[in-house]
Design a protein around this ligand. Sequence first.
Ligand code: TRP
Ligand code: ZN
Length: 869
Amino acid sequence: MNIAANPVVEADQTVYLKDYQKPSFVVDSIDLDIQVFDDHTNVNAKLVMQRQTAGDLVLLGRDLELKSIRLNGQVLPADAYVVDAEQLVISNAPDQAVIETEVVIHPESNTQLEGLYQAAGDLFVTQNEPEGFRKITYYPDRPDVLSVFTTRVEADKKFPVLLANGNLIEAGETGEGRHYTVWQDPTKKPSYLFACVIGDLAVLKDSYVTSEGRNVALEIYAEEKDIPKCHIAMEALKHSMRWDEEHYGRPYDLDNYMIVATSAFNMGAMENKGLNIFNTSCVLADEEYTTDAAIMRVQSVIAHEYFHNWTGNRITCRDWFQLCLKEGLTVFRDQSFSEDLQSAAVQRIDDVAVLKAHQFPEDSGPLSHPPRPDHFVEINNFYTATVYEKGAEINRMMATLLGKEKFRAGTDEYFKRHDGQAVTVEDWVAALTAGSGVDLSSFLIWYNQPGTPKLEAKGEYDAANQTYTLSLKQSLKAHPKYPNLKAVPIPVALALFDATSGEQLVLSSNALVENGIKDGVYLFDTDTATITFSGVKTQPVVSLLRNFSAPVDLEFNYSDAELAFLMQYEPNGFNQWQASQTLLERILLNGHDADIYVQAIQNTLPALVERDPLLASRLFDVPTEGYLGSRIDTDYSPAKVQEQREALLSRVARELGSFFKETYATLDPDAQKEFSQAMGVRALKNIMLSMMARQGDASVFELAYEQFSSTGNMSERLGALKVLVWNDAPQAQQALEAFYTRFKNEALSMDQWFMLQAAHPKATAETIKALTTHPDYDLKVPNRIRAVTGGLNSNPVNTWSFGVQHIVELAKFLDEKNPIVGSRLLQILSRWYTLAEPQRSEVKAKLEALKPVVKSKNVSETLNSMLSV
Ligand code: TRP
Ligand code: ZN
């Protein structure tokens, strides 16, 4: 059978980038008719296709019951096509082919949450990225086939809302209590951006006028009781629309923009053209029910999906290997948007913290892959931190290097060249290069190589000659599948400070020109380099990778005192934070003395708490046990890491005890004008409360209970509840029950309730059992599963003991029911091989035992990679 029109599927099921071939047929238009019934759904499709190159006509389809197929009006005889579990192939199709099919599907029993599925009793939604559309109808379901969609949706009137992409052109009744709508999307799009929604939902409406004067109707659909929680998302949507006009010159292109919220969703949200579908966790925001962090996330995901309209939808990916083309760029755009929403430094801190906690470990273990992979078995396994977050960093590096104006000239060129096309990472870098006039082609190396580069730096001051010399060296860990690793271009943003006054040294423009430093950035793109600054009159302290100018692992021969200096004097808030994190890593992992650190926070924080509570709250960050564990490659003992970290926290609690006590009483979030600063004050209050609890003073529990019961704000309430529950305070049970009674009908709040208990440092297998057998636990809702498993995983000591069994069982169950989520959860265990014995062998045996029982491509690919170390 000829399957060449789809990237070749080898016997071992691996798909390779190098095998890409253009589709032999394009689709000029598709008419879809979707009729939903209680126990099945009929899908009729009419595809107007045209030959583009030689080859078979290939339609992809999975789990479809084919009722009939016609070609150019004639019933296609059974011997004119070959159909198997994955596709339908017509070998001698004419150059003009109109294909009409009738299939039956079963959204009511679809537990994978992919294709069309019943998300709740009164709601059906779609999720088609990357390959869900083939579960709705036979179609060349690949991103380089763009077509005009006309969609008719028909269902019982108990579902008043019938939505699809584009403009509503017709609506009516069909008798027998049923009705229908017809939608036409004027823009050509790939099938992964198709969406429809059938349900009983309420709606929040607003409108927006674009810079071009287009009036856009905005609608957010959610359950009636949740409509009041949709206002923050609506404001964020309008803000995003304006932001994209102002920063990228990109106005919206349709007359409506709809968002639908569902609790049954595998990921955060989906950018379907004009009809986004969102996890409720990324739409509903209200300080009474959701935390400050969740509110920030809602705003950034709303922006992310909106920004996809240009970077993803109007310009899409040629094939799924190019996923980071749309995701890396769109994450970079949403991060920049969020930097404008709150403090830019804190947003950068939060984004880099995510990168270091998830992407760095992924890239240093068995699941490591380039931002643009060159092979995969299951594409769903590549919606990773590397594709998203490292992808965003590559774009940020190019933007940093170009500066605002040239970067904008580059993106303008990209939109001009490729609007309406399905393109590659090469096309993106070439357009940026052409538009900016700066050759960026060496950045392609970043896209094609796995691993976090190590950047070793040494600084030396020569007092006699008044020179300061910085030597740089980059290296990558060898990777079996990528033997020819090359040096990457690393923009190093840097500044020098006077070690005595703390003032930034103004370097002579000569010194800068000689070293090729522009706007404080040195481009390091060779294996080694040395730069020398002349006329440096006193011993300087250098601050490297300011704002985290490149996603590398920096090793610099700082003294601890220099790090403490930067914590105090570096005006770049991000590097201030980075200095404290580096110092803490040395204390917690390399046994450095904590005195200097404690002294530095004593010197820095009281003033900062006054001036910038949000940044101050981050300067209290102590790397999590999970992050610290990910920095250890062999003989990792989670218990030892915990012991070190606990000892440090207790010391800080003791030495700053009176500061915490006095400050807690004065902190008033309501006195802050800005939401972001109020959020900072709340974060500080919670930090101080938990620090006070460390000193074992029982009166703290009364304070915590007071905070818990008197507040109307979820961050304050949860912060206090944590202190009570995690310290087994006498009030803990009462507080948990009170929370339950108040929020039991609020799924997102209940997720927090589950998570918090699973995250108890002394949780046991019984704790997890009690939570997973609780009547409100629901294996059909990924959010609830993630709440418990994620909570558990916040304590690596627990993850690597009884947690392993929990995760392995879950992966086994989900392998059949929801393999996308199963595969992702299993990845929590990917660094098993770093454990000290006997734990290492015990976990390995459990993973080995899973191998013969899992069937999905998703879980088996992940498991095979995990065991391949
Ligand atoms: N494209 C989505 C985004 O904005 C990602 C996504 C949503 C997704 N749902 C999915 C990916 C389901 C795979 C499967 O990032
Ligand atoms: Zn995205």
